[in-house]
Design a protein around this ligand. Structure first.
Ligand code: WTA
Length: 677
């Protein structure tokens, strides 16, 4: 599974972490928690699987109730709540109007502190979703099952557009706004979108960023790949003004605010779809080749995010909730849009960076809106801590609950999160899950479990994780040995398949550990997560990181292969290898090693071109920390690049024994180049 066959697998690495002391959730939290009675563990025990998940589906409103909770007759293509029909936009908006139409759905906080907050009630959300749905249906010609690519930044237009798609049964595929035009174009092609919905610009880090430029690149790229985009819909950040230097293309590009004038006040009947219809695609990086479209269902996904938002986020009607993630990632889809809205929650939606104009911004926002549930990533925690490790204590915010997600959080940062951001008053959930999973998979139940810094909790109720060794044998909890993390059972939030590629779905997540590929019993089909992890004697999970070729930069997944092929678009590059190096803030960063074609000068200009190629192909989040141009790559005798050796050099470590390599002498040369004499 790893790129170097000679690398010791995670399964044989003994882990010698010190066990951390437990923290007890505050009594005031436990008293009010939805789940504070241990009978939940019995209700969601293996004995009650899969019916236990009816409890999640019952949080939704169905136009037709399901006949069968789980259809597992064709593994691993499991189907949930089969026979049921519903509409996601109806569940997130319409059904709340009768009693809560004036409740705030979102406080949209622009990055510029002087720009006023936009408060959007459920009634206003309803109006806007309906008008946009009318535009998508009548102006764009979209209907149930069609795909549409969104490349939108963090403004209200994003959740509104997603819900408008859902209202029609149209499948949205939102591409993170920080991704390049080329990356958006690839996703337009793969999803066969005829419509691209974008924005002219957005505020980030104190700049008004020109975003429309990327749409032009995306459309050209898709055309090159054979996918024609008929219309580009452009949301304007400031109505009536145009934030981009790139002209609108006549007959192709349209301002959303202008087109919407024709649809003012229109209402669109929500299209009731099957539980197993597709709600959205979310592209994510994997081991090989191009990103894959994780295809998520309407019924199973929505039930799972509603259930986990209610019981793990412990989101109550009177809470004010703020998840600092970007909606362009799965965390935002599940825990800014679908989960909270399905529960009729009030959320903060913040446009920009947490440290603009300074690191007190999150605490000012939390004070102003009375945020009491806070959700962020270890990278953000580390960044805020570095600026000033006392600052949050100077503000009057009070969190009862805080979430961390996306990467392992080291106990030091966890304790700072708890003591300083949370002032020792908040319960913390460290939630492990993936784009493919739809929602939280491992975490403590906040009102029932003690917390352990640096460990996500056990499997959620109804989720049964296990650690496998190289022979797919289960390692006992508490063995102190790490292995491959898998989930033994199906669950409602899991993706249906990889868009357009069932084989890749089976090959990536199931085939490597399947007990019998012919079996029709779900028990023979555990899900392979692609993470190395260990389970302690108390059942808590400790995630070590990816065991495939994925680099997790600040919680954003990037494929080493994607970065390497971006480098190879520079014609002078002969070979490229990407390794991850530890970084104090972002967890890890990609670093590039290239060998150049004969006669090409290895100068700064060349390094810059290679780095730029990565940014253009993927986006600024993939920018390499350094590009090293080396005379040759260290290789095994069979010609495989030894990324492990390069990674050790990048991390300032001893590259180890290289005598078995085909060209061991080059290692010392590279070591001196990178580490000095
Ligand atoms: C990592 C993000 C440790 C893991 C929701 C996983 C974590 C990948 C945690 C998925 C956590 C996520 N502790 N590692 N609490 N949460 N990861 O698809 O390596 O963007 O496989 O989903 O992030 O990243 P993705």
């Amino acid at each position: 599974m790893s790129s170097d066959s000679t690398q010791p697998s995670e399964a044989v690495i003994g882990v010698h972490w010190k066990e951390e002391d437990y923290f007890t959730p505050p009594a005031s939290f436990v008293k009010q928690a939805y789940w504070n009675d241990p009978s939940v563990f019995e209700r969601f025990s293996e004995r009650n699987f899969p019916q236990c998940f009816d409890e999640y589906a019952d949080l939704l409103t169905w136009s037709k109730r399901w006949d069968k909770t789980l259809d597992s007759s064709n593994p691993p293509f499991f189907k949930w709540f089969v026979g049921g029909q519903l509409n996601a936009s109806y569940n997130c908006v319409d059904r709340h109007l009768k009693e809560h139409r004036n409740k705030v759905a979102y406080y949209f906080v622009p990055e510029e502190p002087d720009e006023p907050t936009v408060t959007l009630s459920y009634q206003q959300l309803y109006r806007r979703v309906n008008e946009v749905a009318a535009m998508l249906r009548d102006f764009c010609g979209l209907k149930r099952g069609d795909r549409v690519t969104l490349h939108l930044p963090m403004t209200l237009d994003l959740p509104i557009t997603m819900l408008a798609c859902a209202r029609l049964g149209v499948i949205h595929s939102q591409v993170f706004s920080g991704f390049s035009g080329k990356a958006a174009g690839d996703r337009v092609t793969d999803s066969q979108s005829r419509i691209l919905i974008t924005a002219d610009g957005y505020h980030r880090g104190g700049h008004l960023i020109d975003h429309k430029e990327k749409a032009d690149i995306a459309v050209a790229e898709a055309a090159k790949q054979g996918q024609k985009v008929d219309k580009v819909i452009v949301w304007r950040r400031h109505a009536g003004q145009y934030a981009s230097q790139h002209p609108m293309v006549k007959g192709r590009d349209f301002f959303a605010d202008e087109v919407l004038k024709d649809y003012a006040g229109q209402e669109v009947e929500p299209v009731m779809v099957d539980s197993t219809d597709t709600l959205f695609l979310m592209y994510t990086s994997g081991t090989t080749g191009k990103p894959k479209g994780a295809q998520h269902s309407v019924g199973g996904y929505l039930a799972y995010v509603a259930g986990t938002t209610k019981y793990i986020q412990d989101l109550h009607p009177t809470d004010v909730y703020w998840c600092m993630a970007d909606i362009g990632w799965i965390t935002g889809h599940s825990y800014i849009v679908y989960g909270p809205l399905a529960l009729c929650a009030t959320s903060v939606l913040y446009e920009g960076t947490p440290t603009y104009p300074d690191a007190s911004r999150p605490w000012r926002i939390a004070e102003e809106y009375g945020v009491n549930i806070f959700h962020t990533s270890p990278t953000a925690v580390r960044a805020l801590r570095r600026v000033d490790d006392k600052l949050p204590l100077k503000f009057k915010h009070h969190f009862k609950h805080m979430t961390t997600v996306g990467e392992p959080i080291e106990p030091e940062s966890w304790r700072w999160y708890h003591d300083v951001i949370g002032k020792g008053e908040a319960v913390i959930v460290d939630t492990w899950w993936q784009t493919e999973n739809g929602g939280f998979m491992c975490s403590t139940v906040p009102g029932l479990h003690k917390m352990k810094p640096g460990s996500a909790g056990p499997g959620l109720p109804g989720i049964f994780p296990a650690i496998l060794d190289d022979h797919n044998e289960e390692l006992k909890p508490g063995s102190g040995v790490a292995g491959n993390l898998c989930i033994r059972n199906p669950w409602p939030g899991r993706m249906l398949t990889v868009w357009g590629n069932d084989k890749r779905f089976v090959d990536t997540y199931y085939a490597p550990i399947c007990r019998d590929l012919k079996s029709k019993d779900w028990r023979d089909w555990p899900y392979l997560a692609g993470d190395g992890a260990m389970i302690a004697a108390d059942g808590y999970l400790r995630v070590l990181g990816r065991i495939d070729d994925v680099i997790n930069v600040a919680g954003h997944r990037l494929g080493t292969k994607e970065i390497e092929s971006a480098c190879m678009t520079v014609p002078e590059v002969a070979e490229a290898a990407v390794v991850s190096v530890p970084d104090k803030i972002k967890g890890v960063l990609p670093e590039v090693y290239c060998s150049l074609r004969p006669g090409v000068a290895a100068d700064e200009a060349m390094a810059k071109r290679i780095s730029n190629a990565v940014v253009e192909d993927i986006g600024a989040i993939a920018r390499p920390r350094r590009v090293w141009m080396v005379p040759d790559m260290p290789k095994t005798r069979s010609g495989k690049i030894m990324r492990r050796v390069l990674a050790a050099i990048s991390a300032g470590k001893d590259p180890g024994d290289v005598t078995t390599l085909a060209n061991g002498e080059v290692v010392e040369h590279i070591r001196q180049q990178v580490q000095g004499k």
